[in-house]
Design a protein around this ligand. Structure first.
Ligand SMILES: C[S@@+](CC[C@H](N)C(=O)[O-])C[C@H]1O[C@@H](n2cnc3c(N)ncnc32)[C@H](O)[C@@H]1O
Length: 343
């Protein structure tokens, strides 16, 4: 398996994985083409319904074979084929743990129907009892903690809902955007990889595209393998991974705000949805938020202090690096703040 280790392999995932004898992946994240006529470099995204479903069954079967017994298998899919994926997974004996909805902003506008603004993400496991799930990496500050100051609140926070609305689609203006058309947000992959794998585990993406899964796996100290049909995409994503290695080394300077730290802070802010004013004015909330941030970036001994975090957050907000929070209820306090309110 060494030849797969930390590589983007150019090839057809069914052929490449078909040659593998032993299960090696602890976590698989698959974001296949959705058969909606997308213009990819090599792949023709307009198949007949039945042949697309048959092909889906083929790659899901191969993926299940290379998944370790305790492994997790996430599949992103559109409305048109979500039911087929679920039926195939049942036939293969996979256990569904969540049927997640990724509700994103910047949905595609359409003239004659409502804008498409979600993707299904299935979360399956091979063994319904024995699997990795690091709930502490995903917990967010609950309403009981941030709004009601309820003493019964779990001090570790609450698990996020199964509808995820904190990750916008990667638009052309975003820093992380590559030239690739349908790139997944790194922050979304980070939640999945942290929750369903441990450091040193092996993460596989059979439809690697721009290499988002591999990039995030590398940043989080996991092994990775990406498989991609297009040699151009494979080459570009390998370069993207090299660039991210540089970022990780930069993180050695402890008190410097590295790009990675900025990114983590921004993700955490959008996941927890506590406006900066509220964090500034509420020491216990800020302490919770700071604690979560330090855990995310693996800082224990040289942890950031709440004052450093709030100062930096406010700076990032002023320089428009944070972006508005989505979907918070309007309140007197939240007017003219960093909350985006839809009226
Ligand atoms: C939806 S994109 C994946 C995007 C990816 N999640 C990202 O964030 O960049 C699907 C990718 O699968 C690739 N692909 C299609 N058929 C494939 C196959 N049989 N084996 C490997 N890759 C394939 C396409 O070229 C395309 O890049």
């Amino acid at each position: 398996m060494q030849k797969f280790l930390n590589k983007i392999i150019c090839g057809d995932c069914i052929e490449v994985l078909g040659k593998v004898r032993r299960p090696f992946a602890d976590l698989i994240f698959a974001d296949p083409p959705f058969n909606i006529g997308y213009k990819y470099d090599k792949y023709n995204d307009k198949q007949k319904h039945d042949s697309y479903v048959a092909w889906t069954k083929d790659w899901m079967t191969i993926c299940k074979k290379v998944l370790k017994p305790h492994g997790s298998f996430y599949i992103a899919i559109c409305d048109e084929y979500a039911a087929d994926v679920k039926i195939i997974a049942d036939e293969l004996g996979l256990f569904m743990r969540n049927w997640l909805i990724w509700h994103y902003s910047f949905g595609q506008q359409m003239k004659n129907k409502f804008a498409r603004s979600h993707t299904h993400i299935f979360y399956f496991v091979k063994d319904k009892i024995n699997f990795t799930f690091n709930d502490d990496t995903a917990r967010i500050i609950s309403d009981r903690q941030k709004r009601y100051r309820d003493k019964r609140a779990n001090p570790e926070g609450k698990m996020p809902d199964d509808v995820w609305d904190e990750y916008p689609r990667v638009c052309g203006t975003f820093e992380e955007r590559t030239d690739f058309p349908c790139q997944m947000p790194e922050s979304l992959l980070a939640r999945i990889i942290r929750a369903s794998s441990n450091e040193g585990d092996w993460v596989l993406d059979p439809f690697s595209g721009s290499g988002t899964t591999a990039v995030v796996a590398a940043k989080l100290n996991r092994k990775y393998t990406g498989i991609e049909l297009s040699s151009q995409y494979a080459k570009e994503s390998q370069k993207r991974i090299e660039r991210c290695k540089g970022l990780a080394i930069e993180g050695e300077g402890k008190r410097k705000w590295t790009e990675q730290m900025n990114q983590e802070l921004k993700w955490l802010y959008h996941e927890n949805k506590v406006p900066t004013e509220q964090l500034r004015d509420d020491p216990s909330l800020l302490a919770l938020f700071t604690d979560k941030f330090n855990k995310r970036i693996g800082e224990v001994e040289n942890a950031f202090q709440p004052t450093q975090v709030i100062r930096h957050l406010i700076q990032m907000r002023k320089s428009a690096k944070l972006g508005p929070l989505r979907g918070q209820p309007i309140s007197r306090k939240s007017q003219n703040s960093d909350v985006e309110v839809t009226l």
